[in-house]
Design a protein around this ligand. Structure first.
Ligand SMILES: NC(=O)c1ccc[n+]([C@@H]2O[C@H](COP(=O)([O-])OP(=O)(O)OC[C@H]3O[C@@H](n4cnc5c(N)ncnc54)[C@H](OP(=O)(O)O)[C@@H]3O)[C@@H](O)[C@H]2O)c1
Length: 257
Protein backbone atom coordinates (compact mmCIF):
# COMPACT_ATOMS: atom_id res chain seq x y z
CA UNK A 1 0.00 0.00 0.00
CA UNK A 2 2.82 2.43 0.85
CA UNK A 3 6.35 2.47 2.12
CA UNK A 4 5.16 3.99 5.40
CA UNK A 5 3.25 1.52 7.64
CA UNK A 6 -0.26 2.63 8.54
CA UNK A 7 -2.69 2.20 11.44
CA UNK A 8 -5.91 0.29 10.68
CA UNK A 9 -9.14 -0.48 12.55
CA UNK A 10 -11.44 -3.29 11.38
CA UNK A 11 -14.83 -4.15 12.92
CA UNK A 12 -16.24 -7.69 12.93
CA UNK A 13 -12.64 -8.94 12.73
CA UNK A 14 -13.17 -12.36 14.28
CA UNK A 15 -14.51 -14.26 11.26
CA UNK A 16 -15.33 -14.10 7.56
CA UNK A 17 -14.15 -11.09 5.58
CA UNK A 18 -13.01 -9.16 8.69
CA UNK A 19 -10.70 -11.97 9.84
CA UNK A 20 -9.24 -12.37 6.33
CA UNK A 21 -8.61 -8.60 6.16
CA UNK A 22 -6.64 -8.89 9.41
CA UNK A 23 -4.70 -11.90 8.10
CA UNK A 24 -3.74 -10.43 4.72
CA UNK A 25 -2.79 -7.04 6.16
CA UNK A 26 -0.69 -8.59 8.95
CA UNK A 27 1.06 -10.95 6.50
CA UNK A 28 1.98 -8.08 4.19
CA UNK A 29 5.28 -7.13 5.82
CA UNK A 30 5.78 -3.45 6.48
CA UNK A 31 2.28 -2.46 5.36
CA UNK A 32 0.69 -1.99 8.77
CA UNK A 33 2.09 -0.52 11.96
CA UNK A 34 -0.87 -1.31 14.24
CA UNK A 35 -4.05 -3.18 13.39
CA UNK A 36 -6.97 -2.88 15.80
CA UNK A 37 -9.02 -6.03 15.29
CA UNK A 38 -12.39 -5.26 16.88
CA UNK A 39 -14.99 -7.88 17.75
CA UNK A 40 -17.76 -8.21 20.30
CA UNK A 41 -16.56 -11.36 22.07
CA UNK A 42 -12.76 -11.67 21.81
CA UNK A 43 -12.61 -14.47 24.37
CA UNK A 44 -15.44 -16.53 22.89
CA UNK A 45 -15.16 -19.57 20.62
CA UNK A 46 -15.81 -17.49 17.45
CA UNK A 47 -12.63 -15.49 18.06
CA UNK A 48 -10.18 -18.37 18.56
CA UNK A 49 -8.61 -18.04 15.08
CA UNK A 50 -8.19 -14.29 15.56
CA UNK A 51 -6.51 -14.92 18.94
CA UNK A 52 -4.07 -17.36 17.29
CA UNK A 53 -3.34 -14.84 14.53
CA UNK A 54 -2.73 -12.08 17.11
CA UNK A 55 -0.16 -14.31 18.86
CA UNK A 56 1.66 -14.70 15.52
CA UNK A 57 1.82 -10.90 15.06
CA UNK A 58 2.01 -9.53 18.61
CA UNK A 59 3.60 -6.23 17.53
CA UNK A 60 0.89 -5.51 14.97
CA UNK A 61 -2.49 -6.98 15.96
CA UNK A 62 -4.32 -5.55 18.96
CA UNK A 63 -7.65 -7.23 19.71
CA UNK A 64 -10.25 -4.79 21.04
CA UNK A 65 -13.75 -5.51 22.32
CA UNK A 66 -16.37 -3.62 20.30
CA UNK A 67 -20.06 -4.33 19.83
CA UNK A 68 -21.00 -1.96 17.01
CA UNK A 69 -24.58 -1.72 18.31
CA UNK A 70 -23.52 -0.45 21.76
CA UNK A 71 -22.42 3.17 22.13
CA UNK A 72 -20.65 2.39 25.43
CA UNK A 73 -18.71 -0.39 23.79
CA UNK A 74 -17.63 1.90 20.91
CA UNK A 75 -16.52 4.59 23.38
CA UNK A 76 -14.64 2.09 25.55
CA UNK A 77 -12.88 0.74 22.45
CA UNK A 78 -11.92 4.27 21.40
CA UNK A 79 -10.54 4.93 24.90
CA UNK A 80 -8.38 1.81 24.71
CA UNK A 81 -7.15 2.55 21.15
CA UNK A 82 -6.44 6.32 21.45
CA UNK A 83 -3.21 6.04 23.51
CA UNK A 84 -1.81 3.50 21.02
CA UNK A 85 -2.34 5.71 17.98
CA UNK A 86 0.26 8.31 18.82
CA UNK A 87 0.61 11.59 16.97
CA UNK A 88 -0.04 10.05 13.54
CA UNK A 89 -3.68 9.15 14.19
CA UNK A 90 -5.77 6.47 12.46
CA UNK A 91 -5.20 6.02 8.73
CA UNK A 92 -7.83 3.46 7.78
CA UNK A 93 -11.18 2.51 9.35
CA UNK A 94 -13.01 -0.46 7.84
CA UNK A 95 -16.65 -0.76 8.93
CA UNK A 96 -17.01 -4.45 8.12
CA UNK A 97 -19.30 -5.87 10.84
CA UNK A 98 -22.74 -6.48 9.42
CA UNK A 99 -25.86 -8.64 9.53
CA UNK A 100 -28.11 -10.00 6.79
CA UNK A 101 -31.66 -11.09 7.62
CA UNK A 102 -33.64 -13.11 5.11
CA UNK A 103 -37.07 -11.54 5.19
CA UNK A 104 -39.60 -9.97 2.82
CA UNK A 105 -42.05 -7.06 2.95
CA UNK A 106 -44.69 -9.40 4.35
CA UNK A 107 -42.53 -11.03 7.03
CA UNK A 108 -40.17 -8.26 8.18
CA UNK A 109 -40.81 -7.05 11.74
CA UNK A 110 -39.97 -3.76 13.41
CA UNK A 111 -37.28 -5.57 15.38
CA UNK A 112 -35.73 -6.98 12.17
CA UNK A 113 -35.41 -3.43 10.84
CA UNK A 114 -34.16 -2.01 14.14
CA UNK A 115 -31.50 -4.73 14.50
CA UNK A 116 -30.40 -4.32 10.87
CA UNK A 117 -30.19 -0.55 11.12
CA UNK A 118 -28.38 -0.72 14.47
CA UNK A 119 -25.72 -3.03 13.03
CA UNK A 120 -25.42 -1.85 9.42
CA UNK A 121 -26.05 1.90 9.69
CA UNK A 122 -26.11 3.37 13.21
CA UNK A 123 -23.05 1.35 14.30
CA UNK A 124 -20.89 2.59 11.39
CA UNK A 125 -22.20 6.15 11.94
CA UNK A 126 -21.23 6.15 15.63
CA UNK A 127 -17.85 4.53 14.92
CA UNK A 128 -17.05 7.10 12.21
CA UNK A 129 -17.98 9.94 14.59
CA UNK A 130 -15.96 8.47 17.47
CA UNK A 131 -12.80 8.00 15.37
CA UNK A 132 -13.10 11.19 13.32
CA UNK A 133 -10.61 13.11 15.50
CA UNK A 134 -8.02 10.35 14.92
CA UNK A 135 -8.70 10.28 11.16
CA UNK A 136 -8.29 14.09 11.10
CA UNK A 137 -4.99 13.77 12.94
CA UNK A 138 -3.83 11.22 10.36
CA UNK A 139 -4.91 13.44 7.46
CA UNK A 140 -2.97 16.40 8.92
CA UNK A 141 0.11 14.35 9.79
CA UNK A 142 0.36 12.69 6.36
CA UNK A 143 2.78 13.94 3.72
CA UNK A 144 0.61 12.43 0.95
CA UNK A 145 -0.97 15.31 -1.00
CA UNK A 146 -4.31 13.84 -2.18
CA UNK A 147 -6.82 11.49 -0.56
CA UNK A 148 -5.62 7.93 0.05
CA UNK A 149 -6.17 4.87 2.24
CA UNK A 150 -2.57 5.43 3.34
CA UNK A 151 -3.53 8.88 4.61
CA UNK A 152 -7.05 8.93 6.16
CA UNK A 153 -9.95 6.83 4.90
CA UNK A 154 -13.16 5.08 5.88
CA UNK A 155 -14.21 2.01 3.89
CA UNK A 156 -17.78 0.90 4.51
CA UNK A 157 -18.41 -2.70 3.47
CA UNK A 158 -21.82 -2.67 1.84
CA UNK A 159 -23.33 -4.91 -0.81
CA UNK A 160 -24.71 -4.90 -4.31
CA UNK A 161 -28.02 -5.85 -2.66
CA UNK A 162 -28.11 -2.26 -1.38
CA UNK A 163 -28.27 -1.03 -4.97
CA UNK A 164 -31.70 0.08 -6.26
CA UNK A 165 -30.93 -1.08 -9.82
CA UNK A 166 -29.58 -4.47 -8.75
CA UNK A 167 -32.62 -5.02 -6.49
CA UNK A 168 -34.96 -4.79 -9.45
CA UNK A 169 -33.11 -7.77 -10.98
CA UNK A 170 -32.45 -9.85 -7.86
CA UNK A 171 -35.32 -9.32 -5.39
CA UNK A 172 -37.24 -12.36 -6.67
CA UNK A 173 -34.19 -14.56 -6.04
CA UNK A 174 -33.47 -13.27 -2.50
CA UNK A 175 -35.71 -10.78 -0.73
CA UNK A 176 -33.41 -10.04 2.29
CA UNK A 177 -35.33 -6.77 2.66
CA UNK A 178 -33.82 -5.52 5.97
CA UNK A 179 -30.33 -6.14 4.53
CA UNK A 180 -31.08 -4.30 1.27
CA UNK A 181 -32.73 -1.33 2.96
CA UNK A 182 -30.10 -0.90 5.69
CA UNK A 183 -27.16 -1.26 3.27
CA UNK A 184 -28.78 1.30 0.93
CA UNK A 185 -28.86 3.59 3.97
CA UNK A 186 -25.18 2.82 4.65
CA UNK A 187 -24.43 3.83 1.05
CA UNK A 188 -26.19 7.16 1.55
CA UNK A 189 -24.45 7.66 4.90
CA UNK A 190 -21.10 7.18 3.15
CA UNK A 191 -21.91 9.73 0.45
CA UNK A 192 -23.03 12.25 3.10
CA UNK A 193 -19.82 11.67 5.07
CA UNK A 194 -17.73 12.00 1.89
CA UNK A 195 -19.29 15.37 1.12
CA UNK A 196 -19.05 16.66 4.70
CA UNK A 197 -15.45 15.59 5.33
CA UNK A 198 -13.81 16.25 1.96
CA UNK A 199 -12.41 19.54 3.27
CA UNK A 200 -10.47 17.47 5.83
CA UNK A 201 -9.09 15.21 3.08
CA UNK A 202 -10.65 12.08 4.59
CA UNK A 203 -11.76 9.59 1.94
CA UNK A 204 -15.11 7.75 2.35
CA UNK A 205 -15.94 4.89 -0.02
CA UNK A 206 -18.42 2.00 -0.21
CA UNK A 207 -17.12 -1.44 -1.24
CA UNK A 208 -19.11 -4.50 -2.35
CA UNK A 209 -17.00 -7.56 -1.44
CA UNK A 210 -18.60 -9.87 -4.03
CA UNK A 211 -20.77 -12.85 -3.17
CA UNK A 212 -18.38 -14.49 -0.73
CA UNK A 213 -18.43 -17.95 0.87
CA UNK A 214 -18.72 -16.89 4.53
CA UNK A 215 -21.45 -17.47 7.13
CA UNK A 216 -23.31 -14.50 5.62
CA UNK A 217 -22.69 -15.39 1.96
CA UNK A 218 -23.27 -19.13 2.45
CA UNK A 219 -21.54 -22.07 0.73
CA UNK A 220 -23.01 -21.20 -2.69
CA UNK A 221 -21.08 -17.90 -2.82
CA UNK A 222 -19.23 -17.15 -6.07
CA UNK A 223 -15.80 -16.45 -4.57
CA UNK A 224 -13.75 -17.45 -1.56
CA UNK A 225 -12.88 -14.99 1.17
CA UNK A 226 -9.20 -14.81 0.12
CA UNK A 227 -10.13 -13.63 -3.40
CA UNK A 228 -12.59 -11.04 -2.08
CA UNK A 229 -10.14 -9.56 0.43
CA UNK A 230 -7.15 -9.62 -1.94
CA UNK A 231 -9.27 -7.73 -4.47
CA UNK A 232 -10.60 -5.18 -1.96
CA UNK A 233 -7.11 -4.46 -0.58
CA UNK A 234 -5.83 -3.91 -4.11
CA UNK A 235 -8.75 -1.58 -4.86
CA UNK A 236 -8.12 0.32 -1.59
CA UNK A 237 -4.45 0.75 -2.50
CA UNK A 238 -5.40 2.61 -5.70
CA UNK A 239 -8.06 4.91 -4.20
CA UNK A 240 -7.62 8.65 -4.59
CA UNK A 241 -9.73 11.86 -4.56
CA UNK A 242 -11.96 10.73 -7.42
CA UNK A 243 -13.07 7.70 -5.35
CA UNK A 244 -14.43 9.85 -2.52
CA UNK A 245 -18.12 8.92 -2.22
CA UNK A 246 -17.78 6.10 -4.78
CA UNK A 247 -19.43 2.65 -4.75
CA UNK A 248 -17.03 0.00 -6.08
CA UNK A 249 -16.86 -3.78 -6.08
CA UNK A 250 -13.87 -5.92 -5.03
CA UNK A 251 -12.48 -5.73 -8.56
CA UNK A 252 -12.67 -1.94 -8.70
CA UNK A 253 -15.72 -1.75 -11.01
CA UNK A 254 -18.21 1.04 -10.32
CA UNK A 255 -21.51 -0.25 -8.89
CA UNK A 256 -24.91 1.25 -9.75
CA UNK A 257 -26.54 3.08 -6.82
N1 LIG B 1 -20.39 -12.69 2.33
C1 LIG B 1 -21.00 -12.02 1.35
O1 LIG B 1 -21.34 -12.57 0.30
C2 LIG B 1 -21.27 -10.56 1.52
C3 LIG B 1 -21.88 -9.89 0.46
C4 LIG B 1 -22.14 -8.54 0.56
C5 LIG B 1 -21.77 -7.86 1.70
N2 LIG B 1 -21.16 -8.54 2.74
C6 LIG B 1 -20.80 -7.74 3.91
O2 LIG B 1 -19.49 -8.02 4.31
C7 LIG B 1 -19.34 -7.79 5.71
C8 LIG B 1 -18.69 -9.01 6.36
O3 LIG B 1 -19.55 -10.11 6.16
P1 LIG B 1 -19.05 -11.62 6.15
O4 LIG B 1 -19.43 -12.19 4.86
O5 LIG B 1 -17.63 -11.71 6.62
O6 LIG B 1 -20.04 -12.23 7.24
P2 LIG B 1 -19.81 -13.15 8.52
O7 LIG B 1 -18.73 -14.15 8.29
O8 LIG B 1 -21.17 -13.61 8.85
O9 LIG B 1 -19.27 -12.12 9.63
C9 LIG B 1 -20.06 -11.09 10.12
C10 LIG B 1 -19.19 -10.34 11.13
O10 LIG B 1 -19.93 -9.22 11.64
C11 LIG B 1 -19.82 -9.27 13.05
N3 LIG B 1 -20.91 -8.58 13.72
C12 LIG B 1 -22.24 -8.68 13.50
N4 LIG B 1 -22.92 -7.92 14.38
C13 LIG B 1 -21.98 -7.30 15.17
C14 LIG B 1 -22.03 -6.40 16.25
N5 LIG B 1 -23.19 -5.96 16.74
N6 LIG B 1 -20.85 -5.98 16.79
C15 LIG B 1 -19.68 -6.41 16.32
N7 LIG B 1 -19.56 -7.30 15.32
C16 LIG B 1 -20.71 -7.73 14.76
C17 LIG B 1 -19.80 -10.75 13.39
O11 LIG B 1 -19.37 -10.94 14.72
P3 LIG B 1 -19.87 -12.22 15.63
O12 LIG B 1 -18.97 -13.36 15.28
O13 LIG B 1 -19.71 -11.73 17.01
O14 LIG B 1 -21.29 -12.51 15.25
C18 LIG B 1 -18.80 -11.22 12.34
O15 LIG B 1 -17.50 -10.92 12.73
C19 LIG B 1 -20.74 -7.49 6.23
O16 LIG B 1 -20.93 -6.11 6.37
C20 LIG B 1 -21.65 -8.04 5.13
O17 LIG B 1 -22.89 -7.41 5.06
C21 LIG B 1 -20.91 -9.86 2.67
Amino acid sequence: MSSKPITVLITGANRGIGLELVRQLAEDKGRVKKLFACCRDPNGPKAETLQTLAKQYPDIIVIVTMDVCEMNSIQEAAKAIAPLLGSEGLNLLVNNAGMALESSLQTTTTKDMQDSFNTNVIGPLNIMKEFLPHLRTAAKASKISGMSCNKAAVINISTMEGSMDVTKETYSIAAILPFRVSKAALNMLTVCAAEEMKKDKILFTVLHPGWVRTDTGGPEGEIDVQTSVKGMLKVMSTMKDKHNGAFLDYQGSAMPW
